[in-house]
Design a protein around this ligand. Structure first.
Ligand code: IPE
Ligand code: IPE
Ligand code: MG
Length: 255
């Protein structure tokens, strides 16, 4: 276990880390086990990564736990994932409270089975005053659906005269997203090697750094996270500027 972070990583930590937790099925398949065992193992990784992120001072951690598209998986798998989610929330409540972690959810929460929704809302309420870290679960989440929902809510406000079309810009649009009060992810990690976003945080990922590892989610751990953070700490985020401009800014010589 890595207790302390090296200084160069500590000083370049992502404020918001988002993770596409992929590969539970492949992990199980490699062992001739049912997919659900992979998901169960994946839940253990969630615990380890939340603990490490909290200890290292990451302020926002978003985990892609269930996509809108995942509803089309076999019913037994969907049911098992919903059970795992409820179990996780119930089991981890004390840990979240003790570590002052606020739990939030983004996505079409109303799609979740009522029993899961109840536990989720309860966990969100009970942790709502926590301030050390926000743990944001993307559940029944789709980036395109989020953008369409924002457009719908925005147009209603325009119709009702609360917003003028001239005032619609990137910032006002952002205020209609689930993540209106959350900074964009600085780093997005995807496990299991797939080179795609799979409909995750499409609007927010505009300038996120991407880190893709072949490691399957159940095998991902604190050390793997450290590797990703180390890699991220060496990136030069230019946001369209030239490298020279960034170097000048760091040395305080920018005009
Ligand atoms: C990620 O693992 C978990 C969810 C999407 C819910 P997968 O279940 O997608 O694992 P693979 O991609 O089949 O290996
Ligand atoms: C992305 O994984 C969604 C989650 C991690 C929850 P998938 O396994 O569903 O992605 P695709 O279908 O391979 O793109
Ligand atoms: Mg997958």
């Amino acid at each position: 276990m890595v207790q302390k972070l090296p200084d160069h990583i500590l000083h370049n930590l992502p404020r918001h880390l988002a993770i596409i937790m992929d590969g539970n099925g492949r992990w199980a398949k490699k062992r001739f086990l049912p997919r659900i065992i992979g998901h169960r193992q994946g839940a253990k990784t969630v615990k380890e990564i939340v603990t490490a992120a909290r200890r290292w001072g990451i302020r926002y951690l978003t985990l892609y736990a269930f996509s809108k598209e995942n509803w089309s998986r076999p019913k037994e798998e969907v049911d098992a994932l919903m059970d795992l989610l409820s179990e996780y929330l119930q089991r981890e409540l004390d840990e979240l409270l003790g570590n002052k972690i606020r739990l939030r959810a983004i996505g079409d929460i109303e799609d979740l089975p009522p029993r899961v929704r109840t536990i989720l809302f309860d966990t969100m309420n009970r942790t709502s005053k926590n301030y050390e870290m926000q743990l944001i679960l993307a559940l029944s989440y789709g980036g395109r659906a989020e953008i369409a929902r924002a457009a719908k809510r925005l147009s209603l406000d325009v119709l009702q005269g609360k917003l003028r079309p001239d005032d619609v810009n990137e910032n006002t649009f952002k205020s209609y997203l689930y993540t209106s009060d959350v900074p964009d992810p600085d780093l997005i990690i995807r496990t299991s090697g797939e080179m795609r976003l799979s409909n995750f945080l499409l609007y927010q990922a505009a300038y996120s750094e991407l880190y893709i590892t072949d490691t399957l989610w159940p095998d991902f751990n604190e050390n793997e996270l450290l590797k990703a953070l180390e890699d991220y700490s060496r990136r030069e985020r230019r946001f369209g500027k030239t490298s020279e401009q960034i170097v000048l800014k760091c040395t305080g010589n920018e005009s």
